[in-house]
Design a protein around this ligand. Structure first.
Ligand code: NAI
Length: 464
């Protein structure tokens, strides 16, 4: 059996990025993955496939709604769902093969199978037990279940995000449980494909954790796109037959239980850490109250030689957060100073328009009693956005009233998921809104809206 400096369990973005960094730093590295392909949830059944479907359906939306306005006439496209899914599968294939190439290039062994940890320093895969000076658990997360709701992705009536990416046909009526990131991204895919989409959400706002004005603006845009929302509704259960389902919910404000019909129900009520079969109990690895693996500031568990990163530990369940932790823990194991700034981790919802946030929210800072400046700029004032029919949304920059230092930002609008990184870099450098406002931004770009919001923190935006 081989002996390694590091064995990483799980080849999602956390695990495979960590493996590459370990190898780059001279550590003999192996990665264990039980799926047929590398890349984890993100590449196989998450971020990447959903982005393919979001792109394809956005193109359809453009053809249906904006082509004739721009003088593009002719037969409008119809949906070949089978072909759209093949396109998505091709995108997955290109990406997972790409990761396999990177493993080979960096001389990282792929131990194929599901791992367990019989003791610190050992990883068992199939019949083989390998030695490892250090183990990094990067086993990710799975959709969490909802009492009274049985998910069966094979039947395709009550599905989670994995099933929703591979439905046999486009449903006439789709009910989405949960107005979080997954529910809204996949809900908008099917709305554009012609499904009647109803989102049932327990809270009174979409996307928990965002500022109220962002939540309201985002919801309004999605409603304009045809999504219907039932807010303040706790789903109690789903009755499914072979072809249909009934979703039962209890309005929070009281009253009788309500039942709505659906052809397909998407359960998108959160994810939970996944570490099944690793043998953590027997090893005595401590968990948090929420079932995450407990780690210290250097991603070490309470068992010497065992580290953990990504969705299986605390913090937002985001691929890029896992990647950052993966690189940082590799540096720690190589004797360097791995670090992640948890205050500057962007979050993006890949609808059209995209919604991106970073740093603190206005609501949270005000609750702390902080004095703030808010600079807001609407995309309607941005020439480029108007030219491409994407004038909905705004940039909102939050700064400290005294120092003008940027504390957070939210963007709803075209390219928000890319624009937010200007703010991330600004925050990492401790920049003020004035620093951004004094930086020349090319015209005509969407990024001018970021500069305008920064100007609005001072003497005022120009185009509003
Ligand atoms: P979420 O936690 O974002 O949203 C779940 C929603 O379901 C909440 O608003 C909650 O109030 C609601 N809910 C829970 N129980 C309910 C009930 N019984 N009845 C009605 N509503 C109920 O979870 P989601 O969207 O499933 O995403 C899971 C994780 O995956 C998140 O951590 C998310 O950040 C991550 N993710 C991130 C993506 C991105 O960054 N673009 C894409 C996909 C997932």
């Amino acid at each position: 059996m081989a002996s390694y400096d590091v064995i990483i369990i799980g080849a999602g973005p956390g695990g495979y990025v960590s493996a590459i960094r370990c190898a780059q730093l001279g550590l003999k590295t192996a990665i264990v993955e039980g799926r047929e392909t590398l890349g984890g949830t993100c590449l196989n059944v998450g971020c990447i496939p959903s982005k393919a479907l979001l792109h394809a359906t956005h193109m359809l939306h453009e053809a249906e709604h904006n082509f004739t306005k721009m003088g593009l006439k002719g037969k409008s496209p119809s949906v070949d769902w089978k072909q759209m899914k093949s396109y998505k599968d091709e995108v997955i294939g290109q990406n997972t093969v790409g990761v396999e190439f990177l493993m080979k290039k960096n001389k990282i062994d792929w131990l194929k199978g599901w791992a367990s940890i019989p003791a610190a320093g050992q990883v068992k895969v199939g019949e083989d037990t390998h030695q490892a000076k250090n183990i990094i658990i990067a086993s990710g997360s799975v959709p969490s279940s909802l009492p009274g709701v049985e998910v069966d992705n094979d039947k395709g009536i009550v599905v989670d995000s994995t099933g929703a990416l591979d439905l046999p046909k486009v449903p006439k009526k789709l009910v989405v449980i949960g107005a979080g990131v997954i529910g809204l991204e996949l809900g908008s895919v099917y709305a554009r494909l012609g499904s009647e989409v109803t989102v049932v959400e327990y809270l009174d706002a979409v996307c928990p954790g965002m500022d109220k004005d962002v939540q309201r603006g985002f919801k309004r845009i999605l409603e304009k796109q045809g999504l219907t929302f039932i807010m303040g509704a706790a789903v109690q259960g789903v009755d499914a037959s072979k072809t249909k389902a009934k979703v039962k919910y209890q309005p929070k404000k009281g009253g009788d239980e309500v039942v709505i019909d659906a052809d397909v129900v998407l359960v998108a009520t959160g994810r939970k850490p996944y570490a099944d079969g690793l043998g953590l109990d027997a090893l005595g690895v401590k968990l948090t109250e929420r079932g995450q693996i407990a780690t210290d500031a250097k991603w070490a568990t309470n068992v010497p030689g065992i580290h953990a990163i990504g969705d299986v530990i605390e913090g937002p369940m985001l691929a890029h957060k896992a990647e950052d932790e993966g690189m940082a823990v590799a540096e720690v194991l190589a004797g360097k100073h791995g670090h992640v700034n948890y205050g500057v981790i962007p979050g993006v919802v890949y609808t059209t328009p995209e919604v991106a946030t970073v740093g603190a929210t206005e609501d949270a800072l005000k609750a702390e009693g902080r004095k703030l400046n808010i600079g807001k700029f609407m995309f309607m004032g941005n020439g480029r956005a108007k030219a491409v029919h994407q004038g909905d949304g705004f940039v909102k920059i939050i700064t400290d009233k005294e120092t003008d230092r940027v504390l957070g930002c939210a963007i709803i609008g075209p390219g928000a998921g890319d624009l937010i990184h200007e703010i991330c870099v600004a925050m990492e450098f401790g920049a003020s809104a004035e620093d951004i406002a004094l930086t020349c931004h090319a015209h005509p770009t969407f990024s001018e809206a970021v500069r305008e919001a920064a100007l609005a923190c001072g003497d005022g935006a120009i185009h509003s």
